[in-house]
Design a protein around this ligand. Structure first.
Ligand code: F6P
Length: 366
């Protein structure tokens, strides 16, 4: 029986990351060259689906974008069609509406047979109403945070780790020269993957992650000991979601109009201040921020992104429905998108890298 898939829509949702363009390119070229499909780019994630900003993507559009950071389609981490912010009520409280039907009209108007959703756990969650309405959605896990359930690896993560490692490496020389504690705050939301990997790669002295609550007294004892034993400095790789033993995270701001209202930030400064006050050792903070998400993907991410894009189209053309492509145990595969949508993959306590880091005397603040 001929495959009924003729026209597909592609969208990139959530925070951008290195490698999205490489995925768009792989999806588009595989779809056009191998299967003669028509590909449509949806602008700014689900917002473009709501507003019917959908236009054909040709192989020419995706030529030369493999190495470019960001996304040529634009993205959005504020827009969830099932819970769409539509303004404030008289009391200034945000109002929301379900605009899924409007999106379905736009999908039908463009006769799209499937959607390729390039996004993180939240974006996979946003795709669920479309899956329930009968739209075949194929997910491609994207985020620097590496926290999408159902895959060991998301594209963008390895580039973010390389960037964070470079920053931590650089901080060593100034930390050494001034005999300071240098805290580097890294992204990752509620997962500590970027801090764990870059912390190990850079030989950071302490790694603080949300999954292991820290005790500030233990960190202070640790840095004081290092000073006493002539190390003269300490480097702390600190995930933005790091939490103290009282369970509290440092929140930069709360925006109730967003699908994810809590925006993290500030824990690096908080920890540096605490260390300096309690130990009298000078402590400084560097917040690496969006540098981790920006710029050209490293080679491994280009390969992963291309493989993911190709695999997504292969699954679609093999007649599969509602899958998310995945890299599990080093193998390219796919999982049921419904089983992973909206689920975060945190660092499990039996993660071998935790024992590895502890073996070389890395402090987790516990
Ligand atoms: O999910 C990617 C990420 O960069 C997180 O690490 C970070 O907490 C968040 O996005 C920042 O989001 P925004 O772009 O809304 O500031």
């Amino acid at each position: 029986m001929p495959n009924p898939i003729k026209r597909i829509g592609v969208l990139t949702a959530g925070g951008d990351c290195p490698g999205i363009n490489a995925v768009i390119r792989a999806v588009t070229k595989t779809a056009i060259y191998k299967y003669d499909l028509r590909v449509f780019g949806i602008e700014d994630g689900f917002q473009g689906l709501i507003e019917n900003r959908i236009a054909p993507l040709s192989s020419l559009h995706v030529s030369g974008i493999l190495t470019r950071g960001g996304t040529i389609l634009g993205t959005n981490n504020r827009s969830n069609p099932a819970h769409c912010f539509v303004g404030n009520d008289e009391d200034g409280k945000p109002k929301f509406a379900d605009v899924t039907p409007r999106c379905l009209d736009n999908i039908n108007a463009h006769k799209l047979d499937a959607l390729i959703v390039i996004g993180g756990d939240g974006s996979m969650g946003c795709a669920m109403p479309f899956v329930e309405a009968g739209v075949n959605c194929i997910g491609i896990p994207k985020t620097i945070d590496n926290d999408v359930a159902g895959t060991d690896l998301t594209f963008g993560f390895l580039t973010a780790v390389a960037t964070a490692t470079d920053a931590l490496d650089r901080l060593h020389s100034t930390a050494m020269s001034h005999h300071r504690v240098m805290v580097c705050e890294l992204m990752g939301r509620n997962a500590g993957w970027i801090a764990l990997h870059s912390g190990i790669a850079s030989g950071s002295d302490a790694i603080l992650i949300p999954e292991i609550p820290y005790d500030i007294d233990r960190i202070c004892t640790f840095v004081k000991n290092r000073m006493a034993h002539n190390r003269g400095f300490s480097i702390i790789a600190c995930a933005e979601g790091a939490r103290s033993t009282d369970g509290k995270q440092i929140v930069a701001h709360v925006d109730p109009t967003r699908p994810e209202p809590i925006r993290l930030g500030g824990v690096g400064q908080h920890i540096a201040t605490q260390i300096q006050q309690r130990t009298n050792i000078e402590a400084r903070t560097t917040v690496l921020g969006y540098i981790q998400r920006s710029g050209t993907p490293i080679a491994n991410d280009r390969v992963l992104a291309t493989a993911f894009g190709y695999h997504a189209i292969e699954q679609l053309m093999a007649g599969k429905q509602n899958r998310m492509v995945s890299m599990t145990n080093g193998t390219l595969c796919d999982v049921d998108i419904k089983s992973v949508a909206g689920k975060q993959r945190l660092i499990p306590m039996d993660e071998p890298l935790l024992a590895t880091a502890r073996a070389v005397k890395t402090c987790f603040g516990d």
